[in-house]
Design a protein around this ligand. Structure first.
Ligand code: HEC
Length: 93
């Protein structure tokens, strides 16, 4: 009886560790997907959902910083995505 309880605890621990690993690995996949996308790609996919895609030439570097900060919240972007988009817009203006 005692051994059975022990093996139950161990299998429970094993399952927990397995889920923790799956969770960690799936998190890595998401961030790798984001890493694989360039700023131009993210701009093309996200910034035309609500209005025409703004041309990089529309604003100066400082103005883009402000606009992207504002649109990051509207578009629900991650910090990494917003940084990439801002970088792209600032190199193309
Ligand atoms: C969820 C909808 C939505 C998404 C996605 C979105 N925007 Fe906007 N955007 C708006 C709305 C609404 C306004 C006008 C009102 C305001 O400023 O909040 C706006 C205004 C702007 C303006 C100001 C336009 C002007 O002439 O003053 C800029 C620049 C802009 N967006 C850039 C972007 C960029 C860059 C992205 C991608 C990162 C983006 N937007 C994604 C909704 C969105």
């Amino acid at each position: 009886m005692k051994n059975k309880r022990k093996s139950l605890i161990y299998s429970g621990l094993g399952t927990l560790i397995l889920f923790a690993l799956i969770f960690l690995l799936s998190n890595c996949n998401v961030s790798n997907e984001i890493k694989a996308k360039s700023g131009a790609q993210l701009w093309g996919e996200n910034c035309l959902r609500c209005h025409n895609n703004p041309s990089p030439e529309t604003f100066s570097d400082v103005e883009w910083d402000v606009a992207v900060m504002h649109m990051r919240i509207r578009a629900n972007l991650t910090d990494e995505e917003a940084k990439k988009i801002a970088k792209f817009l600032k190199t193309a203006n």
